[in-house]
Design a protein around this ligand. Sequence first.
Ligand SMILES: Cc1ncc(COP(=O)(O)O)c(C=O)c1O
Length: 191
Amino acid sequence: MSLDDLPVRGDLRGKKPYGAPQIHVPIQLNVNENTHPVPQEVAADIARALGEALTDINRYPDREFTALREALAGYVGGDVTADNLWAANGSNEVLQQILQAFGGPGRSLLGFPPTYSMYPLLAEGTGTAWVTAERGPDFAITPDIAVAAIRAHKPDITVFCAPNNPTGTGVALDAIAAAFLDAMARISHVG
Ligand SMILES: Cc1ncc(COP(=O)(O)O)c(C=O)c1O
């Protein structure tokens, strides 16, 4: 029996499971991993905390992840509080939740290829259209490129991947600010 024998959604029929190649080389840039190993003392600390946590896993954990979000807020500092932070099982889950809430049928997600290969897959899984715009020289996304792409596509969500997978390039803060201000202007115009 194969997946195609099951009553899979028509738009997902024939798709292959996602999988970035797992290549055994010293620097595995294709999966955006940290190239540094976990320090011994950090590993020991995690093992100790895990040992303590195991004693009450007969109960569901705090579903708001309060202790984690408060600790993260302390780490980030400034005006950031736990209320501004969102914890999930990896950033793929955050991306999926954003698409579930703000994407979906009749809505679109804008990205700038070459970029993270999961964006179109997560869009597809949530019935969101994946629309793209070109980057400038050296894979840059300038404020003009960001705003022009958003005006042309009118996406419901835009992703700026930084550092971008697979190019390793950053995104200038002024490009994000320009996109944000443009989107806010459109929202207040619509509202
Ligand atoms: C740009 C980017 N975002 C998100 C992820 C997924 O990361 P996580 O393990 O946090 O779900 C990856 C993994 O390669 C990535 O390259």
